[in-house]
Design a protein. Structure first.
Length: 567
């Protein structure tokens, strides 16, 4: 259930928050198991809520903060399952709890309450954007608040949740393993301050406030935003925009970096610093932002080399080169042509490290993307009989292509079906008798870029065909082979339509074809078959100018001329 998944996520984040003595408190495992069963298996939310309330009362009496928080989370979650707009009640409930709560529980509740306010904003965003700021008005109901009211309230709550900085920084997580949903980022969030600060950052980093920003809005236009962590952490950023979320994010990054700047193990420090640099790259407005961003990443990669916590910087540098490679325009210049090689070199350095890391995993995925084969092609829809024609092929990371031409008609097309993503389609397609088979060696450009060229297709007699192109020396329906197919016609007849006028012409000379027998088909969606189908329409014969008038289709149904019989 959505409620259960959300609750688990909140519990994983918030149950890291109490004193060493908390480990000795009652865990209520049996009771929670019963409650989960009532919710998930039986849908008995009222009965579940009654049991939660019992745990809440008992835990409150014994000072079992972890269980109190857990009960509060269940109470608010069950309330939202019962009522469509229960967030206001949940906010009031949490605010009442916060008044009497002691640290560090108070900080947790403030952070949680801020999240509920933020949820309200997200659910009522469109209404809020059409609401103006009110003056001298008592706002007891949040339904009357403006976006500025919400931003101020949420900001104040998140900042209050990390105000007791020293206490929170001294609150370690290890003693609370029995009530923590374990992950792989403990070293990145070693204290309660880290957890709550990053929860606040998730809000401050968003650009929601920019929708109604004032003329004096804070902008990240100071090069110090990309300075090394020590310089950035003590730099003074000034603004008159007291409500700026981005300004608060900048200040919070400074607090996190100052807290971890002397850590023996730099994991949490580097995680915060890289998050800071990527944030600045997203929102900074200075003209030389790209150069400053790359310089900041290079500083980390050079200072910390390839330790696991720093591999994310290497990965982001590889992404920079990969993004530049995508700007390569082969018909304009060689600029950025070999950027994939630089990205690949970085990825291979990181992947060669024995220790696992986020950067290593990301580099593995990026390298797969750089080396991925791509293939597409186009031919003229109709080609002239007994004359060679061309296929325009676009490929990437393919040194050899295989070509096959097969006969095609409506009966074969229906037998194949339209499930191009299904291996069965390609297996049936490759079983069709081949009219022609040939291979084409492609230039080995060694740049991992996409390239295009024209490939000669030998002459064919009049008819309908399909051209199949695949990577490698043989056409096989497998995950390792990329394949593409296109149907085309070979005919010396062409036609031109204008409204209800149809002209039939010789494709080579452009001369009109008189006494040509024309069959009109109407193409429309068949709701029973759930696909487009063709229905026979009128027949006609062209005059000495190759002209025939066609009957317009009702309801704008597309007219498709599928066959001509020349006299």
């Amino acid at each position: 259930m959505v409620f259960k998944r959300t609750l688990s996520l909140l519990c994983a984040t918030l149950f890291t928050l109490f004193t060493n003595a908390q480990q000795k408190m009652k865990t209520y495992d049996k009771e929670w198991k019963q409650i989960d069963s009532l919710i998930q298996k039986n849908g008995l939310t009222e009965s579940a809520l009654a049991e939660v309330n019992k745990i809440y009362t008992s835990a409150k009496k014994e000072g079992n903060d972890a269980q109190v928080i857990k009960a509060l989370l269940y109470q608010t979650g069950l309330q939202q399952m019962k009522e469509e707009d229960a967030i206001k009640k949940n906010i009031a409930h949490l605010e009442a709890e916060t008044v009497t709560a002691k640290e560090p529980v108070k900080s947790i509740l403030q952070s949680l309450t801020a999240s509920y306010y933020w949820t309200w904003v997200q659910q009522h965003r469109y209404q809020l954007y059409n609401r103006t700021q009110t003056v001298n008005f008592k706002k007891d109901d949040i339904a009357t608040w403006s976006t500025d009211d919400f931003n101020k309230k949420i900001s104040d709550l998140f900042l209050a949740s990390i105000a007791n900085e020293k206490l929170l920084q001294e609150t370690k997580l290890e003693p609370f393993d029995p009530i923590i949903m374990k992950g792989n980022t403990r070293s990145l969030r070693p204290t309660l301050f880290d957890l709550l600060a990053h929860r606040a950052l998730d809000y401050f980093k968003n650009d929601e406030r920019n929708v109604t920003k004032p003329a004096y809005a804070f902008e990240i236009d100071d090069d110090a935003a990309f300075a090394d962590a020590k310089t950035f952490a003590i730099h003074r950023f000034a603004t008159s925009d007291s409500l700026s979320l981005q300004f608060k994010a900048v200040q919070l990054f400074q607090r996190l970096l100052l807290f971890h700047i002397n850590d023996t193990k730099p994991d949490a420090f580097l995680d915060a610093d890289l998050e800071r640099i990527t944030f600045m790259n997203q929102y900074a407005v200075m003209e030389n932002k790209a150069a400053l961003y790359e310089q900041a990443l290079q500083h980390i990669s050079q200072q910390y080399v390839l330790i696991p916590a720093a591999t994310r910087a290497w990965y982001l540098l590889a992404v920079l080169h990969s993004d530049r490679a995508k700007q390569y325009r082969p018909l304009q210049s060689d600029s950025n042509r070999y950027e994939y090689l630089r990205a690949k070199e970085i990825c291979e350095k990181v992947i060669a490290q024995s220790e696992n890391s986020e950067g290593k995993a990301n580099c593995e995925n990026l390298l797969l993307d750089i080396q991925r084969q791509e293939l597409s092609f186009q031919t003229e829809k109709v080609n002239v009989p007994d004359q060679p024609f061309r296929a325009y092929v676009t490929w990437r990371n393919c040194s050899q292509l295989s070509f096959r031409i097969v006969k095609m008609d409506d009966k074969i097309r229906d037998a194949l079906g339209g499930d191009y993503w299904d291996d069965a389609y390609w297996k049936k397609l490759l079983q069709l008798p081949a009219i022609k088979n040939f291979n084409q060696t492609m230039p080995d450009t060694k740049d991992y870029q996409q390239h295009s060229t024209e490939v000669k297709i030998d002459a064919l007699p009049a008819g309908e065909y399909a051209l199949i192109v695949g990577t490698g020396n043989n056409l096989e329906a497998s995950n390792n082979n990329k394949m593409a197919v296109q149907s085309f016609y070979v005919s010396n007849i062409a036609y031109v339509t204008r409204d209800t006028d149809l002209f039939v012409l010789n494709r080579e000379t452009g001369q009109p074809l008189s006494q040509a027998q024309v069959q009109v088909w109407y193409n429309s969606w068949d709701y029973n078959k759930r696909r487009y189908t063709d229905t026979k329409g009128q027949k006609g014969t062209t005059d000495e100018n190759g002209y025939v008038k066609i009957i317009p289709a009702a309801n704008n149904i597309t007219i498709v001329i599928l066959a001509y019989i020349a006299c």
